[in-house]
Design a protein around this ligand. Sequence first.
Ligand code: 5GP
Length: 211
Amino acid sequence: MMKTKGLLVVISGFSGAGKGSLIRELRKRYDNYRLSVSATTRQPRTVDIPGETYFFLTRDEFEKMISGNGFLEYAQYNNNYYGTPRAYVEQQLQEGRDVLLEIEVQGAMKVREQFPDAMLIFIVPPSAEILEKRLTGRGTETEEQVRARLRLAVEESRQMPEYDYIVINDDLGKACEELHTLIDGQHRRYALNREFAEQLQEDLYRRFKEE
Ligand code: 5GP
C-alpha cells in the first residue's frame, strides 16, 4: 500500500450549515480523521467542554502564544481571538492523519498561504430559506440574534469563491460520504504520490527495459 502523508482539510460555513454535525458524523464513520481543537478567548457556552470543544484562554495567554509562534493561524472574530495550535496539527500530519480544521474564512486564507496542498471546503445549506428555518428552529436564540447570524452569512457568502469545494448539507449521511470522497480523491493527486510513482517507474525500468 502506498504511503501518503496527511492532508490538511479546512471546513468553513455559515452558522446553521451543520458543520459540527457533519464533522462528528465523518469521524464516527472513518477513523483516519483528526480534529484540531482551537484556542479562543470567548466565554465558554453551556455546551462547551474545555479542552474538547476549545481551549479557553485569556487574551494575555492567547497573545503570549501568538508571540511564541504557537499558532498555525489565528483570527479575530466577533471581538475574540480564535486560533489553531500548531504542534498538534503538525504532529498528526507527519503521522499521516488527515486533520480537520473547523475555522472561519480569514483563518482559511492564512492556512492556504502556508499549506498550498490544503483543501478548502465550504459547507452550505440547500437554500437561504432552509438556513433561516434551521437557525430559527434551534430555539436557543432571540429573533435579533438569528437576524445577526443571517446577516453574517451574507458577508461570509462573498468568500465562497476562494474555496476549492462547496458541499451542500441537505442529508447528513449523503453530505458526509461526499466529503469523505472528496478528501480521498485529493490523496490520489500526482503531486502527493510523486515518490511512489517515481519508485514504480524506476522499478519497471530496471526489470523490463530491453537491453
Ligand atoms: P464559535 O464561537 O461559534 O464557536 O465560533 C465562531 C467562528 O470561529 C466559527 O466560524 C468557527 O469556525 C471559527 N473558529 C473556531 N476556531 C477557529 C480557529 O482556530 N481559527 C479561526 N480562524 N477560526 C476559528
